[in-house]
Design a protein around this ligand. Structure first.
Ligand SMILES: [Zn+2]
Length: 151
């Protein structure tokens, strides 16, 4: 039950401040929101705030989980980009160090080239996805402009 802690002071003396919404549900929501992440929108979206009884800090468990996930994704991507950049600059020692800093000693059979290929593939896929989103968005904007001009 006390899985949810105040992100500010770490106290688990918390209360959910929405009528008809039990702390138990809020806890379940926050726990689910962790791994499931963006699907958390399904859980009474942004409607419940939790207040810390120890320090008075108020936060939204769903939003907090989303923020943490986004931050984690950003950190991940930054790591990947610096690894790729080091490898492509032929600074293999640096690429190796970047890898080890994250994953520790590489296992048997590991090679920088294979790791690079895998990371590059992931990055390319992310890039393609991002570009796809921009293209879709651009097309929608264009369609709206055409509509506004011709109708
Ligand atoms: Zn607190």
């Amino acid at each position: 039950m006390s899985e949810v802690k105040c992100p500010k002071c770490g106290s688990n003396q918390i209360s959910a401040n929405k009528k008809g919404f039990s702390a138990g549900k809020a806890v379940a929501g926050a726990v689910l929101a962790g791994p499931v992440g963006l699907a958390a929108g399904a859980i009474g979206k942004n409607k419940v705030d939790i207040t810390c009884l120890a320090c008075g800090n108020t936060w939204n468990p769903v939003q907090l989980a989303k923020d943490q996930e986004l931050r984690q994704m950003g950190v991940e991507r930054e790591w990947r980009k610096s690894f790729i950049a080091a490898f492509e600059a032929k600074d293999l020692e640096k690429a190796h160090a970047i890898y080890e800093k994250k994953y520790g000693e590489p296992r048997e059979g590991w090679s920088l080239e294979i790791e690079y290929a895998a990371q590059k593939k992931t990055e390319d896929r992310l890039e393609a996805f991002t570009n796809g989103v921009y293209v879709c968005f651009g097309l929608i904007v264009l369609a709206i402009i055409f509509y506004l001009i011709y109708y």
